[in-house]
Design a protein around this ligand. Structure first.
Ligand SMILES: Nc1ncnc2c1ncn2[C@@H]1O[C@H](COP(=O)(O)OP(=O)(O)O)[C@@H](O)[C@H]1O
Ligand SMILES: [Mg+2]
Length: 270
């Protein structure tokens, strides 16, 4: 059985201000096998974040279903963890206590959660910093704390929404390599949203391309690059081939999405 199934999912938002409707997603189909790394690319506003919220269970689809091991997702659960760009660390808690948060919420005893937290802090290389507070850490370190916290609850599925979006280019590349190393070790199912095509190819087993809004999956490119992958893989001819194909699929959608944005903007002036 496919681990995670997004079956014909549609999502309509209702704007409270004028009661108008916005079709964010329409007929999204996507699956992920257990332990698979799937990257999701698509023009901004096509519903990538919404899709992750649906899988997380914070939102319910208007039509279709999200199934995890054959069971419909109805609410957030410890089997799924969300990591996003803004880290969402609690500023008054040190690294250790931030990583313990999810375990605390699920009522794990102190000794147990401390041990699990420390293991995951080690995994992201922050052992020396476990007593530091978020404001004492760099952006890359804060993002590591966010990842450690998500891993600590031992989710089956890790949902990552542009997790490296706020980092500088070098840190971003380093974090991508580290994420791969972590994933090679414990093989969680990962759904990783990024606007960076190279990052998607470098990381993923499969890159799903979404259309302009309403978002659908219009292509899913199997990435056959051998693992473990190192940074140089980005210079290979095969990598360039994937980049070309994905960009070709994406370009038209990005144009459509821009055209609509411009249309909306000029509409506002009328
Ligand atoms: N709570 C909401 N209410 C109304 N519209 C929303 C809401 N959240 C997102 N949207 C709209 O839904 C569309 C998809 O948003 P989002 O999932 O954030 O896209 P992406 O992550 O791909 O940029 C966008 O047009 C956005 O403005
Ligand atoms: Mg988004």
């Amino acid at each position: 059985m496919t681990h995670l199934v997004i079956a014909d999912v549609g999502l309509v938002y209702r704007r409270a201000s004028d009661d108008s409707e916005l079709v964010a997603l329409d007929g999204v189909n996507l699956g992920a096998e257990r332990g698979e790394f799937v990257a999701l690319v698509g023009p901004s506003g096509c519903g990538k974040s919404s899709l992750l919220l649906l899988i997380n269970g914070l939102l319910r689809p208007t039509s279709g279903q999200v199934l995890l091991d054959g069971r419909p997702v109805r609410s957030p659960g410890a089997d799924r963890a969300l990591v996003f760009q803004e880290f969402a660390l609690l500023p008054w808690r040190n690294v250790l206590h931030n990583v313990e948060l999810g375990l605390e919420l699920s009522g794990r005893p102190v000794r147990e959660r401390r041990e699990i937290a420390r293991r995951n802090i080690r995994l992201v290389g922050l052992t020396r910093f476990e007593r530091y507070f978020p404001h004492q850490l760099s952006g890359g370190m804060r993002q590591r704390v966010g990842i450690a916290r998500a891993l600590a609850v031992e989710p089956a599925v890790l949902l990552m929404d542009e997790p490296f979006g706020a980092l500088d280019a070098q840190t971003r590349q380093l974090m991508a390599a580290e994420l791969l190393a972590i994933w090679e070790r414990d093989r969680k199912t990962i759904l990783f949203v990024t606007h960076d095509i190279d990052e998607a190819i470098y990381l993923a087993d499969r890159v799903a391309v979404m259309s302009a809004r309403p978002g659908r999956v219009i292509d899913a490119v199997q990435i056959g690059l051998p693992r473990p992958r190192d940074f140089d893989v980005r210079n290979s001819a095969r990598f360039a081939g994937y980049r070309h194909r994905i960009w070709q699929r994406l370009e038209e959608e990005v144009r459509a999405s821009l055209a609509e944005e411009l249309g909306e903007a000029s509409g506002d002036r009328d």
